[in-house]
Unconditional design. Structure first.
Length: 342
């Protein structure tokens, strides 16, 4: 299959053409403010199956359903609890996914057979216009091959998906750069399943108590019963092995300098770049600039695949704000191989 690149900046019919492909049951790479998604009609099981094929995604990893306006939530979810409504009012459109009881019309392949569905109203204007014109809810996981770092530019999507999907819709580099925050309302207390563009601090301002899923702290075993089945898989991984080094920026930079070999790549805060100039090195932004770190993290991880490095050492951002999400992606890329420097 030839994958066409549709660019709304130079082709005024680009969004309509992408919407037509979605209605026809095809898969389209689409921009969102978090990462690029692989969209398909969430109500069409054959279209949804094409997403799993294109990504090589395990069938037990559910998809997030994207809607164009908050009213569409009631058509996808049963019984939206009051706290979920408050959260939507505070953060939609934006990088927040809520896991809620689903209506019967959502195919089992979208939810991996769960009684719940993950729903998000994205903020990216091209994404919202695309969903609106498609006229159906759009199931969309991140637009990377399963296990690889997520895609934050149309070029990343083409690198993984050229020949596997009908089209990619260009929408510029993603403004947030890491995936949405996922909050589950399946239990008594709201539970954070994945940190993302909306911070834990922001969630607690609206919800009060928020539990934190243990998948955020450790690698989940194959046999584990988890609230989100996809959590057990290795994610975001470049080809080289990753080690995350946690501690103060000064201490972690010193630790990494001491442990380098010729085959080691380094992902560091900008202010420490001078220490690693003889190595394959990428910067993720300043230590106190988590928004830039989020925007750069996946591009930096992908860039190491163009090199010969066998291992990558990375400094770990602080857990505050969106830093929690960046640190989580790095730890997952490392399969939770973490060194704490004290
Ligand atoms: P991705 O779109 O690739 O970023 O992955 C979506 C993630 O959303 C999955 O791996 C799950 O962890 C989570 N998710 C989606 N739907 C549900 C659901 N119904 N229950 C729990 N987690 C979900
Ligand atoms: Mg993903």
């Amino acid at each position: 299959m030839d994958t066409i690149l549709l660019n709304p900046v130079i082709d005024p019919s680009a969004i309509d053409r992408a919407a037509g492909l979605l209605r026809a049951g095809e898969v389209v790479g689409m921009p969102t403010e978090t990462v690029y998604g692989l969209g398909a009609n969430a109500l069409d099981p054959a279209a949804v199956a094409k997403i799993f094929d294109a990504k090589g995604r395990p069938q037990d990893n559910p998809l997030i359903v994207h809607i164009a306006d908050a009213e569409a939530l009631e058509r996808i979810c049963d019984d939206v609890p009051e706290p979920a409504k408050r959260l939507a009012a505070a953060f939609w459109p934006g990088p927040l996914t809520m896991v809620l009881p689903r209506v019967r019309e959502i195919p089992a392949s979208v939810t991996a057979g769960l009684p719940t569905v993950g729903v998000r109203l994205p903020a990216h204007p091209v994404a919202r216009e695309l969903i609106r014109r498609a006229g159906v809810p759009i199931a969309a996981p991140s637009a990377n091959l399963s296990g690889r770092p997520s895609t934050t530019t149309a070029a990343h999507v083409l690198a993984d998906m050229d020949g596997r999907i009908a089209a990619v819709l260009e929408g510029g580099p993603c403004e947030v750069g890491v995936e949405s925050t996922i909050v589950s309302f399946a239990g008594e207390t709201p539970r954070l399943l994945r940190p993302g563009g909306v911070s834990l601090e922001q969630l607690r301002e609206i919800l009060g108590k928020v539990d934190i899923d243990r998948a955020l702290r450790e690698q989940i075993g194959d046999d584990a019963r988890v609230s989100a089945p996809g959590m057990k898989y290795r994610h975001y991984a470049p080809k080289a092995n990753v080690t995350v080094v946690c501690g103060t920026p000064e201490d972690t930079a010193a630790y990494i300098s001491k442990h380098l070999t010729n085959e080691t790549g380094v992902l560091c805060f900008t202010e420490f770049a001078y220490l690693f100039e003889m190595h394959e090195m990428r910067t993720m932004g300043a230590a106190d600039d988590p928004l830039t770190q989020a925007r750069r993290i996946f591009d930096a991880l992908r860039a190491f695949d163009e090199t010969d490095v066998q291992e990558i050492y990375t400094q770990c951002p602080s857990d505050e704000g969106i830093g929690l999400a960046v640190a989580n992606r790095l730890k997952k890329a490392a399969g939770f191989k973490v060194v704490n420097v004290v």
